[in-house]
Design a protein around this ligand. Structure first.
Ligand SMILES: [Zn+2]
Ligand SMILES: [Zn+2]
Length: 364
């Protein structure tokens, strides 16, 4: 803050998000997610947008006063002016178009705000690596994965909401489903959590043990510095397959909406948490839920930890199947793939698994 760098970046980030948010208001059918759109509280969103613009301008001015990063301050103020020119927080909701698809720009903006605020606070309050800055090397590389994964939410929703029901309609048993729906919500939530994590465990382990699948999953393991953004680095096809598998038990069981929504929110939160640079010990909870220390060991390139800790939610699964590894007194020294490093860049990493060359052997 003393140099104006942090206030400058905050100004530019909030200014950019303000412009994008105004565009969401202007072109809702093209730029927003239908299932989210239906539940939006518009006055609240307008207040949020107004707050973002005020803070963007204020941080921009502060950057100017602090003096060393005036370009950042000017850019932040310019973006706020563009958002104001386009209509600001009182921009009318645009006309409806008959569009075949959409880009999840609203999901990107809202999740970025919530994730950045939550995880950055956790990482600053109890950091694991104190010397790791927020804008660490490869931050923008992983940031591009974060942006892409959010804008493409329509494809992921299609897989879990449309494709799973149409492919597995034969598996529906109405007696089983009405019995499951009669259970209390907490029981349903726990059942979804356990069955989803069993699927996750099986697929994750296969991705480590089958060389052709490892080439896809290696993209995720090429992360060398862990934080909440690093978890977004996934080959595009990986979340398509895992989300389908993870949602399958909930579909077969006919889970009620609220427990399913709770599971989706918890899974999203935990996915960011376990990758974050959050050094909390978690006490006895660490035996119950996957923590940053647990998943950091999964990403370790240290020999002792290769092919361990596959569970996404429940470490007990790794204990059950003999793949649990979590020395409590230390964290991994190094992260990343063992052997040949992966190419840099999203496009190169997308094509990496399809290249006809000797596959990188899975870690042994
Ligand atoms: Zn893995
Ligand atoms: Zn991971």
């Amino acid at each position: 803050m003393g140099e104006g760098r942090i206030s400058g970046y905050l100004s530019v980030a909030l200014g950019t998000l303000s412009v994008l948010a105004v565009l969401c208001f202007l072109f809702p059918d093209v730029l927003t997610t239908p299932s989210l759109r239906a539940s939006y509280d518009l006055p609240l969103l307008r207040r949020l947008l107004a707050g973002g613009m005020i803070f963007s301008a204020a941080f921009g001015l502060l950057t100017f006063i602090l003096g060393r990063q005036r370009r950042l301050g000017a850019l932040g103020i310019l973006l706020t002016l563009v958002a104001t020119y386009l209509g600001g927080s009182s921009v009318p909701v645009g006309p409806r178009y008959d569009t075949p698809g959409f880009i999840g720009l609203d999901w990107f903006i809202l999740d970025l705000l919530a994730s950045a605020a939550t995880y950055t606070a956790l990482e600053k309050i109890v950091p694991h690596r104190r010397d790791q800055p927020i804008l660490r090397p490869d931050f923008w590389h992983d940031g591009r994965y974060f942006i892409f994964n959010h804008l493409a939410i329509g494809i992921f929703l299609f897989v879990s909401v449309k494709l799973v029901p149409s492919l597995f309609s034969w598996s529906v048993n109405t007696d089983l489903q009405s019995w499951f729906r009669s259970l209390p919500g907490v029981m349903q939530f726990l059942a979804i959590l356990v069955t989803a994590d069993l699927m996750e465990y099986a697929i994750h382990r296969a991705m480590h043990e089958v060389p052709a699948l490892w080439r896809f999953h290696a993209v995720h393991h090429s992360v060398e510095r862990m934080d909440w953004v690093a978890g977004s680095r996934l080959h595009f096809l990986e979340p398509l397959v895992t989300r389908m598998a993870v949602m399958l038990p909930a579909f077969v069981l006919g889970a009620s909406d609220t427990p399913l929504l709770c599971y989706i929110v918890w899974a999203g939160f935990q996915a960011g948490l376990v990758h974050s640079n959050f050094g909390l010990n978690f006490g006895p909870l660490k035996y119950l839920i996957a923590t940053p220390q647990f998943h950091h060991w999964h990403h370790a390139s240290d020999r002792e930890a290769i092919d361990t800790n596959y569970a996404a939610h429940l470490p007990v699964l790794d204990r059950l199947f003999g793949t649990y590894h979590m020395p409590l007194d230390r964290w991994p020294k190094h992260y990343g793939v063992v052997g040949d490093p992966l190419p840099k860049g999203m496009l190169r990493q997308f094509f990496y698994p399809f290249q006809r060359k000797d596959p990188t052997p899975p870690p042994v």
